[in-house]
Ligand binder design. Sequence first.
Ligand code: IMP
Length: 194
Amino acid sequence: MNRYYTKNVAQRHANNKKQKMINPPSVLIPESEIQQRVRELGAQLSVDYTGEELVLLGVLRGAVVFYADLARAIALPLRFEFLQLASYYDDMEPAQVQLIRGGSDYLQDRHILIVEDIVDTGHTLNFLIEHLLLFNPKTVKVCTLLDKPSRREVSVNVDYFGFEIPNAFVVGYGLDYAQKYRNLPYIGVLEPAD
Ligand code: IMP
């Protein structure tokens, strides 16, 4: 399945002039490992939040695939909420963080679990946690699929993570480069063409 998908992507790249500078992503974390780890996280969260009402707060758009799998691995009644931040645009450098979509009426006195795709410099989460705390939730915790600790510029408390990864630009399983590759079922690394 993975091999077939990669071949398909490679074929599309060959047909697409804009993509000629980038090789197809090589597999960093295979689909089966992601699915296994997501089940473990779901089981852990089900224990840690037993008896509590939990709000799963997804950060659009990168966390959507992880969110959908994680939510189904948690054996508790959940409230679904999403918000959107602008921090990266169509390049590989971080930009200023801004809230561009998402309400706040559900926050007060609730347990909030932020679901993120990746923590890189930490600026996005730092901004988001400070913003959420203004509305007096019971607790705010963080669950990220990927963590790149070597890139951290501000300290953030990551309560749950799927995988620690080295300093590489990754795509797939929700993560994009220039809005592409989000639907890859694995985490891949983008490398410049030879
Ligand atoms: P931070 O504010 O630097 O921690 O960046 C967080 C956001 O940057 C993530 O939610 C992603 O949207 C994006 N990002 C950081 N690293 C990567 C990457 O390797 N691939 C794709 N997006 C990334």
